[in-house]
Design a protein around this ligand. Sequence first.
Ligand SMILES: *[C@@H]1O[C@H](CO)[C@@H](O)[C@H](O)[C@H]1NC(C)=O
Ligand SMILES: *[C@@H]1O[C@H](CO)[C@@H](O)[C@H](O)[C@H]1NC(C)=O
Length: 397
Amino acid sequence: MANLSSSKSFSFITLIVIFQLLSTCTTYTNGCFSSIISFGDSLADTGNLKLLAAELKQQPLHFFLPPYGETFFHTPTGRCSNGRLIIDFIAESMRLPLVRPFVSGKRNGVRMMEMRRGVNYAVAGATALDTSFHAANGVINPTTNSSLRVQLEWFKQSFSSICANLQDCRHLIQHSLVLMGEIGGNDYNHALMAGKSIEEIKTYVPLVVDVITSAITELIDMGAKTLLVPGNLPIGCSSVYLTIYYGSDSVEYDDSTGCLVRLNKFSEYHNELLQIALNEIRELHPDTNIIYADYYNAAMQFFQSPTKYGFINGALKACCGGGGPFNYNASIACAHSSSSVCVLPDTYANWDGLHLTEAAYKVIYKSLFGGPFTTPRFNSVCPNSMLHEVNVLSSSM
Ligand SMILES: *[C@@H]1O[C@H](CO)[C@@H](O)[C@H](O)[C@H]1NC(C)=O
Ligand SMILES: *[C@@H]1O[C@H](CO)[C@@H](O)[C@H](O)[C@H]1NC(C)=O
């Protein structure tokens, strides 16, 4: 600094001031946040796995093919649904661009700068725990090695090319909404599908919650001020498990929904441990907004009263799949040549067995951001009046 001429340092300071004014403006025009930084799995992946697979010249997975994406994008984008995901509705409501997959820009500095207003590290199939942990337990992840820790590494390595300098990066993280998940669901899914018992996967829960907690803590250390942390969906309501456990004793089913009680209790157990951990982080970081997103109970609304949300075909049967009582067959996945897709996806909550339809994600989005399904209420962190698209979205329900 000392060898700068006074006029030079004057213009430098002016630039900083202008820059800060600009960033403040951006913060306001977008509602409450100037960017979204996302981690997670197929519930949030907006294209990373598809791009990674193309890079590695792997066989396209079924969800890179039509009819995936048919409803909103009219082309497969790598999203595991017929249309938009919760993260897309969040971005729209904050007048931010749809959050770009990190992999689309990681080899290109210019495009990384375009990710200032949102960057997504979520990868479909990702687990919270590293694949080495699961491999040691005999569970192989067929889809990806990009666990939460790997995604956080990508973030640390790439973020400096999204922002200008340390101060700018910290400022950007501070004004970002950080979406931490959903993540962890696949740690259980992959293990259950490999034949592990619920008792055994229960022992993973504290470990999964620990990985999520330490990722959150690292992000807070880097400047994060607002993190939205979703819990697990009620997996006992997914067509996959309803098919695997088809014909179970009637006491295994919840009368009001037709979902499998033991699996839903398991999701609730994960969610309880996660919330206890979030409370501990809140005590250590009282000036940080740690928002728990209750995906479980938000989704339970339509599992309990599907027709109320327009799911006239019920909430348990998949729109797209290979037949059977829940239109799910592991050997004939959605997009397989022998699979079939429903005509009106908006009348189904379940898209392909494991993932939900855009219509179901929209209900969850609205329940979180306009309703009571976050703790604390999202409204207390960012007033609903700041959320642009909410009214537009509500009118379509
Ligand atoms: C995961 O990593 C292992 C070991 O490096 C590798 O053999 C495997 O191909 C990777 N899997 C995927 C899906 O990338
Ligand atoms: C899945 O499809 C295969 C091949 O058509 C069939 O043999 C099998 O019985 C089906 N499984 C279920 C659960 O419907």
